[in-house]
Design a protein around this ligand. Sequence first.
Ligand code: DON
Length: 301
Amino acid sequence: MPELLEQVRADVAGRVGAGKVADYIPALASVPGDRFGMAVATVDGRLHGVGDWRERFSIQSISKVFGLALTLGLDGDLLWQRVGREPSGGPFNSLVQLEHEKGVPRNPFINAGALVVTDRLLSVTGDATGAVLELLRGETGEPGLGVDSLVAESEAAHGDLNAALGYFISAHGNMDNPVRSVLAHYFRQCAISMSCGELAWAALFLARHGSLHDGRRLLSEVQAKRVNAVMLTCGAYDAAGEFAYRVGLPGKSGVGGGILAVVPRLCTVCVWSPGLDEQGNSIAGVAALERFADLTGSSVF
Ligand code: DON
């Protein structure tokens, strides 16, 4: 595995630094674009990494996977009455679709859908960000994992679009908590800092059919299948088709430049490189996952 990861890194070296670092959240704009890290965690308990795989970055939308899994695990399938599970075919922060669909977001990974998930997780736990952090700390064994408050505050200060989504959903009766609280939890959850190694480790329950590291179940097998399916169809937003075509694995991207992918029954892979394409997905990250899937034959197809 170490040689394989070195090969992937060498093969995508020309793409590192391509694209644009997210700057609509000003605190993310200063992240150096030349970083590249990749880690693989296997269900039999091994962790391998290459490059900047131990460096923490802003997990952003990758947090939506953990929020969704927790909500389904704690609250069952009620969530699906409030959010769909179809690809949006549009940008992650689009408002237009919400109007047509009367405040019921297309899927849990676009921002609107994640706000509904956060609202439900807040109702169920009383502390949505705390619940996500507890899961991440428990699975990684890293009690120091936390929120980068500068990033959270920076996003909150420039979060009018997400606020608009939240108030629109609320106007359609699909929000139980005050929009302000839901937004605050959502921004903090997105601003959690983790490394590729920690993310790969924390997400292994998705490769283990829903079982946590100590054998407790977060999700039933069927629920784990469903989370992976929604990652495959919706995890890269309006590039989900292209991601499935090139990588062929359930994946979830974030504008911090991270992408988390799952090889069911075998391993999780996390890659990080901050330069993004037009859809907000890491250019070198997608290329590395494509190369990894092709070299290992691990695509689900
Ligand atoms: O709400 C936002 O815009 C960010 N906190 C997260 C967006 C994101 O990561 C989309 N992923 N590619």
